[in-house]
Design a protein around this ligand. Structure first.
Ligand code: HEM
Length: 142
């Protein structure tokens, strides 16, 4: 799927609707942390309130990455390095995406198949870049 400008507008609208529900990040992280003992252990020392605030910004950042906005590759490079420290298996990123979409489904009243496809495409690209290795990301995303 290629992403049009309209798709990016719709992604932001969906993200805004989900965020304004006031429970989007809670639904997502509650589900993700409950998905396995391994995930629970990874987050055992994390300040979750702080992480929830950061994740919301990073989701906006993912669309800027897809839109080839200059400078975003540096942020994604930073994210990649943060995650590289935890040796996260590829499968965990799939679970992460499925549960994020599930949280959007719960929190965005206008969620439909088209919205889901846009989320999968945007986040899928972000994950692909994040998981290629921290050094590769900065170069690849330019
Ligand atoms: C595209 C997918 C993901 C995005 C956009 C994302 C986003 C973020 C962001 C924005 C941060 C904060 C970075 C900072 O401190 O500057 C973070 C930290 C973190 N993420 Fe992710 N994440 C993703 C996938 C995952 C997955 C699959 C895991 C698996 C468990 C994970 C585990 C963590 C951990 C452990 C931290 C550090 C928490 C801490 O500071 O204690 N993330 N993530």
């Amino acid at each position: 799927m290629s992403i049009s400008e309209q798709d990016l507008v719709n992604f932001h609208e969906s993200l805004d609707r989900a965020s304004s529900s006031g429970k989007f990040m809670d639904v997502f992280y509650d589900g993700f942390i409950a998905s396995s003992i391994d995930v629970e252990m990874i987050f055992k020392d994390t300040d979750m309130d702080r992480l929830k605030r950061k994740l919301k910004s990073s989701l906006h950042m993912m669309t800027m990455l897809v839109d080839n906005e200059p400078g975003t590759e540096m942020y994604v490079g930073h994210l990649a390095r943060v995650h590289d420290r935890y040796n996260i298996p590829a499968e965990m990123f799939n679970v992460w995406m499925d549960l994020l979409i599930e949280a959007v489904r719960v929190c965005d009243q206008e969620f439909d198949v088209r919205t889901e496809n846009i989320w999968r495409e945007v986040i899928g690209r972000g994950i692909a870049i994040m998981t290629q290795g921290a050094d590769a990301k900065v170069i690849e995303a330019v």
